[in-house]
Design a protein around this ligand. Sequence first.
Ligand SMILES: NC(=O)c1ccc[n+]([C@@H]2O[C@H](COP(=O)([O-])OP(=O)(O)OC[C@H]3O[C@@H](n4cnc5c(N)ncnc54)[C@H](O)[C@@H]3O)[C@@H](O)[C@H]2O)c1
Ligand SMILES: N[C@@H](CCC=O)C(=O)O
Length: 564
Amino acid sequence: MTSLRYRRLLVTARQYISARTYASQNFQTYEPVNEPLLDYAPGSSERKEVEEALKRYNQQVADIPIVIGDEEIRSGPELFQVSPHDHNHKVAKYRYATKEIIKKGIDSCLKARKQWERTPIEKRADIFLKAADMIAKERRMDVVATTMIGQSKNVWQAEIDAAGELIDFLRFNVAFARQMTQYQPLSPDSNITNRSVYRGLEGFWAAITPFNFTAIGGHLPAAPALMGNVSVWKPSDTAMLSNYEVFKIYREAGLPAGVINFVPADGPVFGDTVLSSPDLAGVNFTGSVKTFKYLWKQIANNIDTYKSYPRIIGECGGKNLHFVHPSADVKSVVNGTIRGAFEFNGQKCSATSRMYVPESLWPDIRDGFLNIHKEIKMGSPLEKDSFVTAVIDDKSFKRVEEYVNHAKNNPNTKIIAGGKCDNSKGYFIEPTIVETKDPKDRLMQEEIFGPVLTVYVYPDNKYVETAELANQTSPYALTAAIFVKDEGARKELVDIFRDNAGNFYINDKSTGSVVGQQPFGGTRLSGTNEKSGGPHYLMKFVSVQSVKENKAPLKEWRYPSMQV
Ligand SMILES: NC(=O)c1ccc[n+]([C@@H]2O[C@H](COP(=O)([O-])OP(=O)(O)OC[C@H]3O[C@@H](n4cnc5c(N)ncnc54)[C@H](O)[C@@H]3O)[C@@H](O)[C@H]2O)c1
Ligand SMILES: N[C@@H](CCC=O)C(=O)O
C-alpha cells in the first residue's frame, strides 16, 4: 500500500473515531481530539468533492440576508463580496443593517436570553458538538470552498482554518466548559451547602470578527453562546460568504433563533449602535489595534449608560519575529520562515514579519530563501500549486504596496526578492524579502499584514544586544520564535523575550497555533490575551453566582463574645 493511501485510510479511520466520540459520549465524559486534516491530494475523494463545491459556489452570487431571530432581512443598497484573486467575480451579495435593524438585533438577543441562559449546559454543548460534526462531515466542503473563493485561501490553508480549527474550537470548548464548571466551593459545615452557579452574562455580546480566519468568525459568537450568552455577530465584509455558511450550520444544528443574530453592517455604525446600548455585556473582538482602541474608547465614553461593566476582549495584530542565533539549524530557519512569512500571504496576525540573522549564517539563509522564492507560485487559490494568492481587498493591496514602495525608495532597505504588485485581475503582491540596515525602520516596527518579510543582519557576537533591541522595537507582543541549538544562548533568549510574545516558539515558526495545544493570544498592543483554544478563555463569558444555603434555623443574633 502506498504511504499516501495508507495516510488517507488513517485519516478516514480517525474521522470515524472522532464522529463516534460525539455520538457515544455525553458532556460529562466528552474528550475531544484535534480534527485530522484531509490532504486533498490529486485523485482523492476530498479533492473531487471540493472541486464540485467550488464549481457550485463559483456559479452563483449568494444572496446573504441579515438574520434577526427568525427573520431574514434584505433591505437597503446591495453590496458585493468579490474574489480577491479575481475582483470582477462577485461571490456574494449582502446589505448593511441600519441602526434600527442593529437595535432589533439587540432586542432579539435580549428576548432569547432568559430561556437560553437557563438551558442546561449539556444541551447547549450538544448543539455545538452537532455543528462541529456537520462541519467535519456533510458541510466540510461548503466551509472550505467558500473560504477559498471568498478569502483566497488555497485548499490546504482553508482546510486548516474553516474545517480543522473551527471544529476544534467547537469541540474543545465543550471539554473546557466542563472542566471550568466542575469547580464547587467547600461546604465544611454539614448544615450549609455552598455552590457556584455558572451564569451567562446579563445583556448581550457584540461579536466583531475579522476577515482572515473563518474559524475566528465562527468562534467569537459561539464561545459566549456555549456559556449561556447571546450575541449580535458582525462578520467582516470580506468574509461574508464563509461566515454565513457557518451561521447557517449553527442554526441547522439546533441553535435557537435570536441566540446569535447575523448582522452585516458598516463597522462604525455597528460599533456606535451596540456600544451605546445600556445592555451591552461585552465585546468579543478580533481585528486591528486601530479598531480595538476605538471600541475601548467608546466604551469608556459611554460608561455611565451601561447597566453593568462591559467585558472587553480584543485580540489584535502583531509584528512577529524570528530571531536566529549563530547555532541555529539553517534549513529549519529557511523553511520555517518561508511558511511563517508567506502562508496566506502574510495575512495572519502571527505572520513572521521581521527577522534577525547573524552575519555568519546570512549567506546560507539568503540563498535558501532565493532558491525557494523561485519555486513559489503566486496565483488563484483554485490552482492546486499556488502557495501565495491575493491579499484580501483593494485597501489592503494599497497599504502593502505602500510598504513595498518604501522598501524600494529607502536608502537603508533593499528588496532581495519579489517586490511586484499587480491589481489588474486580483490583488496580487509578490512575496517580498527586504534587507534593512536600520533595525528601527518602519518595516521592522509596523504591522503590514501582507507578504513582506524584513531582515536585519547582526554581528554574531552581538546577539544579546540585538535580541534586547528586537524586544523593544515594536509595540506588539503576539508571537516570536527563536532558532537556537546552543543551550546557554537558548536560556538567555527565552528570558529576553519573556514579555515579548503571548505565543513563543523555540526552533519552530511563529505561526500555526493549534487549538488545545498552543492556546493563543498576545500582550502589549497585541491584545488582552484571553487565550482562545485554551481552558481559561471561557471564564470571560460566565458571571459566577455564589450560593450559600443553610438548613439550620438562625437562632441567635448576639456574637459569642457578647454572651454573659
Ligand atoms: N490576535 C489574533 O488572534 C488575531 C487573529 C486574526 C486577526 N487579527 C488581526 O486582525 C487584523 C485583520 O483583520 P481586519 O482587517 O478584519 O481588522 P479590522 O480591525 O479592520 O476589522 C475587524 C472587524 O471590525 C469591524 N470594524 C471596523 N471598524 C469598526 C468600528 N468602528 N466599530 C465596530 N466594528 C468595526 C470590521 O468591519 C471587521 O468586522 C490584523 O491586525 C490581524 O493581526 C488578530
Ligand atoms: N491561530 C493562528 C493565528 C490566527 C491569526 O490570524 C496561527 O497561529 O497561525
